[in-house]
Design a protein around this ligand. Sequence first.
Ligand code: F6R
Length: 243
Amino acid sequence: MNIIPAENYNDLSQKAAKFIIEFVQSKPDAVLGLATGGTPEGTYKYMVEDFNHNKTSYQNVRTVNLDEYVGLPVENPNSYHAYMYNHLFKHIDVPEGGCHIPNGMAEDLDAECKRYDQLISSLGGVDLQLLGIGHNGHIGFNEPGTSFEKRTHTVELTRTTRRANARYFDSLDEVPTHALTMGIKAIMESRQILLIASGKDKAEAMRRLIKEENISEDFPASSLQAHSHVTIIADREALSLAY
Ligand code: F6R
C-alpha cells in the first residue's frame, strides 16, 4: 500500500482530487468507482474547481457508485443519487447516462444486485475505485463479518454505521436500515484503489488497516492488503496511530 500523508482535510482533498484528475487525464475513458459520505466532499469540490479552470473532460468517463440506501427515493436529499448529483455530476461534463448508482428503490433487490454486477462487467470493470473507510473498517457498506466473496448485495446497516450517518438526517430513526453495496469481491477486482481518510475518529481504523497484518472479515478494509495497487491518502490525525 502506498501511503501519501496529508496535513489536514483540505490538503487531503486537494491531493485526492489531483490523483483522480491525473488518472482521468491519462485515461479519458476511465471507469471510476465513486464513494459518498463526508470524506470525499472536498475531493469532489476540487475536481469541480479543476473542471471550471482547466476543463479536464469527463465526457468519456463512466462512473459506478459503491452503494445506495434501500428505500430512499432519488429526490431525497440524503440519497446517494442526490449526493452525487449535487457534489459532482451536475458540475462537470460527465454524461448522465454514464453515471451508475445501485437502485435502492428496486422492487426486486436481488435482481437489482445482479443487474449492477452485470453492468460493472459490461463496462470492463472499474479502473480506479475511490473508497472511504468506516470506523468499524467497513468499505462500501460491507460491514464486519461480510464474506469477501460477495458481489453487489443487500446489507443490514450496523447501529454504529447508522449512528455515524445520522448526522445527515433529522433523527436516527430516519436513517435507512438497509443498503445495496458493491461487495468486497468487486472492489478487489478494481485495477486501482484510492482510499481516503480524515480525522482522529478514523485513526484506530487506519491503525488496523496499516499496522495489523492479518486479513479478516471482521475488519473489511483488511482485504485491501491483498490488492497490489492501493494508494491511501490520509491526513495527520487519521494517521496518528499508524506509525
Ligand atoms: C460511502 C461508503 C462508506 C463511507 C464510509 C466513511 O459510499 O461507501 O463506506 O466511505 O462510511 O464515511 P465518511 O466519509 O462519511 O466518514
